[in-house]
Design a protein around this ligand. Structure first.
Ligand code: UDP
Ligand code: MG
Length: 315
């Protein structure tokens, strides 16, 4: 049984967060300083094109336990988290947004559950402050669909705000998927998991870095990597179309009715279905193709603060 002392790494992915990152650093530092004995805060800059990196670099001169990993370009939120947990040296790692939507005050509750013996403590959102109706609705719908179709048990209404024990982090770090869906992978690796509930706050500044296109991509990554149900639906639809076609053919033969218009509309529907099916199969195929290239998941251009062991974290 490992000694569960409070060596905690906090990982925050950052993409163009210049408007709020200074405030995040101050709030987080002030909070964890009096709550956690030994900690490090790892920012992973996901190719920001604003002054986020400069602000974090400046904060490093003020706070000795801040680290920074810089990506060479924007690789995406999920890969920024993946890199951050690989750099983390803590006995437990907490992942949270860099915009204070995940309140630091929940971290002590997570640590408490971890010390009780849980390996993963995920934050379950009770309400979501300041987010559009569309965002709340689409997120709720996505979590419910995901729960129905995924072949792992992904808890409802949980994002990436969670604490993970060292052994979970080590297991996750070995996975090398090009487009990882981290919350699915955390369920996939297993271990003893529990939830703490929290109220998701408004962003402290700036706007969401998850536009609709990125949300769709995340949803598609989640579904294609954890479910074969869309492929089954393609199968069933094909089967139903064949049966319907045969019945329709028999009706026209036996009744002699000419139903050209109906036939044309049927053709449109069927060709649409075929294109849709091809698209779904293509999504799965693309994932295989992507994985077969064996490229590294991301490229790190710089890292700062990791060799400096004068920080609070024990190595
Ligand atoms: N983020 C990132 N890369 C991206 C998009 C977002 O590292 O391509 C970061 C972002 O800076 C934030 C976190 O991931 O810390 C979650 O993004 P955001 O807060 O914009 O998403 P939302 O909370 O609106 O879903
Ligand atoms: Mg956010």
């Amino acid at each position: 049984m490992p000694n569960k002392t409070n060596k905690i790494s906090i990982v925050l992915p950052v993409y163009n967060e210049e408007a709020g990152i200074k405030n995040t650093i101050e709030v987080l530092e002030n909070f964890v300083e009096c709550q956690i004995e030994t900690y490090e805060i790892i920012f992973v800059d996901d190719g920001s094109v604003d002054s986020s990196v400069d602000i974090i670099r400046h904060a490093q001169s003020q706070y000795e336990n801040i680290r920074l990993v810089e990506f060479s370009r924007n690789f995406g939120h999920q890969l920024a988290i993946t890199a951050g947990i690989r750099y983390a040296k803590g006995d437990a790692v907490v992942v949270m947004d860099a915009d204070l939507q995940d309140p630091p005050s929940v971290i002590p509750n997570m640590i408490e559950k971890w010390q009780e013996g849980f390996d993963v403590v995920y934050g379950k959102r009770l309400i979501r402050e300041g987010e559009s109706f569309f965002k709340r609705f689409s997120a709720k719908a996505f979590y419910r669909v995901m729960r129905k179709v995924a072949n792992v048990d992904i808890p409802l209404d949980t994002g990436d705000f969670r604490l993970m024990d060292r052994k979970v982090v080590d297991a996750l770090s070995k996975l090398n998927e090009p487009e990882p869906f981290v919350r699915g992978l955390v369920s996939w690796v297993g271990f003893k998991q529990t939830a703490v509930t929290y109220e998701r706050q408004e962003r402290n500044a700036g706007v969401t870095k998850y536009p609709l296109t990125k949300m769709i991509r995340l949803a598609s990554d989640g579904i294609t990597s954890f479910s074969e149900i869309p492929l089954k639906i393609v199968n069933y639809t094909g089967f139903i179309s064949i049966v319907a076609g045969i019945i329709y053919g028999l009706i026209t033969i036996f009744t002699g009715i000419s139903t050209l218009t109906f036939a044309i509309s049927l053709m449109c529907v069927l060709s649409g279905m075929i294109m849709l099916a091809l698209g779904i199969i293509g999504d799965y195929l693309y994932r295989t193709f992507d994985a077969s290239k064996h490229r590294p998941q991301y490229v790190v251009s710089n890292s700062y603060g990791f060799n400096n062991h004068t920080g609070n974290i024990a190595t």
